[in-house]
Write a protein that binds this ligand. Structure first.
Ligand code: FUL
Ligand code: CA
Length: 494
């Protein structure tokens, strides 16, 4: 996997270097907050999964109290390869495992506590779910990420400085023993009632200072520089502000976090959630949104929810409302007591994967011709053919003074479609405020749809399919000359 990642990075930098080398005119000056190379790569993932699995799976709870006996953790048929094979069939690019949830039970044989898999009957205490999932992920070409709950209802020291050392030691184990990590997930649930080593009390912490996140993130950067760090205020990826899996209709990758009082938040746990959903136009930071949601009502497996699994159509809607709005889609799939994905969830995921696959397999604009109202320096290196070459590293751009250009696309044959995908070349920032798509029908242009924020990808849908051989993209507002990398035309049979 590491090799793939390096190759990807290399081809990315070669791609943009090649464009710059052959260009006769300088590329556009980057605009506003910009993504790091890690964020650019992360944005290409689009869809990946959570696996919520721990003692709760066996106690039928959502939040364990921390006093669960490790002997209850005993999946009978745990099969990481089978789980990941299903996720892969759904189109997943990675998996984030709850290595420790709020109950404090560690799914790997940590040195920090006895509250772990080592003291469970699973493989007679010799098991390591983190190892099994990470190895299966790397075998199957999926990325692997970790969720390590800061709130720990088992730890006697929770609330004291000592616990922060324990938390960091746990993180260090996860980030050094299990290969490359693509995302580190920091949960926002903090303090409350718990077992706390037998104290059985309510503990509140000062959420702005207690965790000293800045230093934990520093450690994470050192140990896994390629990992995207997630929390409600990033630093790399932000929470979308709800657990419904839905990004704002307008959702900027740029963001200026604000606290409820309107000033700069001191740490995670202090953001105004409404802003998280939309981001901030011209925000100070590049921090795209991630939409987390479960395939069932709960995050963990419960028998009573076997009939409440989201349908493939529900999942498609979530896909349109997350990936289709420039955010990522983090779908939770909880293994059951066997340690497998339940049959209903499996069927739904596989069907969802087939629908996404067949929708985007055929780009009707492939081999189309594009004519632009303006091309930067009249230089083909920035020409509109770059919109149709399938490469995210080539883009169409215009002269600096031209902010509202249009491009007409002539398809090789009349085609029926209801979905247009537009991508911005994000290494140059989020430049476009809005655009419109028109289709040529009955000797005239009619509106197909409009969009605001674009970023890594925007899906524009029309209610009814249209049949035409000509469409037009108009940038209706932009801060600076646009840089768009791709336009795709598809038919979704939903
Ligand atoms: C929340 C947690 O409290 C839930 O149990 C779940 O892990 C979700 C992803 O994050 O804050
Ligand atoms: Ca391109």
């Amino acid at each position: 996997m590491e090799t793939n990642r390096r190759q990807f990075l290399l081809s990315a930098s070669l791609g943009s270097a090649a464009a710059t080398l052959t260009a006769k005119i300088a590329p556009p000056v980057p605009y506003g907050a910009l993504p790091s190379s890690g964020q650019v790569l992360w944005s290409g993932l689009e869809f990946y999964n959570f696996l919520h699995f721990t003692v709760n799976t066996f106690t039928d709870r959502e939040w364990g109290n921390g006093d669960e006996d490790p002997s209850i953790f005993n999946p009978t048929d745990f099969d990481a390869d089978a789980i990941l094979e299903t996720l892969k069939a759904a189109g997943s690019k990675g998996v984030i495992l709850t290595c420790k949830h709020h109950d404090g039970f560690c799914l790997w044989p940590t040195t920090t506590t006895d509250h772990s898999i080592k003291y469970s009957p699973y493989k007679n205490g010799a098991g390591d779910i983190v190892k099994e999932v990470s190895e299966a992920a790397h075998r199957q070409g999926l990325r692997f990420g970790v969720y390590l709950s800061p709130w720990d209802r088992n730890q006697a020291t929770y609330g004291a400085p000592k616990y922060i050392q324990i938390y960091r030691q746990q993180m260090l184990e996860l980030l050094t023993h299990y290969g490359p990590i693509f995302e580190i997930w920091h949960d926002g649930a903090n303090g409350g009632k718990g077992f706390y080593g037998g104290a059985n009390e309510t503990r509140t912490i000062d959420k702005l200072h207690y965790y000293d996140w800045a230093n934990t993130w520093k450690l994470e950067r050192q140990l896994q520089p390629g990992a995207a760090i997630f929390s409600d205020v990033g630093p790399d990826v932000r929470w979308v502000g709800n657990e419904k899996g839905i990004a704002g209709e307008t959702c900027w990758a740029t963001y200026t976090p604000r606290s409820a009082k309107g000033d700069r938040p001191g740490s995670p746990g202090d953001v105004r959630e409404a802003d998280s959903t939309t981001g901030t136009r011209n925000g100070e930071l590049w921090m795209p949104a991630e939409c987390d949601v479960s395939i069932r009502p709960g995050w963990f497996w419960h028998k009573s929810e076997n009939e409440k699994v989201r349908t493939p159509e529900d999942l498609m809607n979530l896909y349109f409302e997350s990936v289709g709005r420039g955010a990522s889609f983090l779908l939770n799939v909880p293994p059951d007591r066997r340690g497998l994905i339940h049959e209903t969830d499996t069927a739904s995921l596989r069907r969802f994967g087939r629908i996404v696959g067949s929708t985007f397999a055929k780009n009707l604009a492939h081999r189309a011709k594009a004519n632009a109202s303006n091309t930067r320096g009249n230089d083909p290196a920035f020409g509109p053919a770059n919109l149709l070459d399938g490469s995210p590293w080539t883009y169409w751009s215009t002269d600096d003074a031209v902010k509202t250009p249009s491009v007409t696309i002539d398809l090789p044959h009349p085609a029926t479609f209801n979905l247009v995908r537009v991508r911005e070349f994000i290494p140059l920032g989020q430049r476009v405020d809005s655009l419109a798509i028109d289709v040529w029908q009955n000797d005239d242009w009619t509106s197909f749809g409009r969009a605001t924020s674009i970023g890594i990808g925007r899906l524009i849908r029309s209610e009814k399919p249209v049949t035409t051989s000509r469409l037009r993209l108009r940038v209706t507002r932009a801060a600076v000359c646009p840089a768009l990398s791709e336009v795709g035309v598809f038919h979704y049979e939903g």
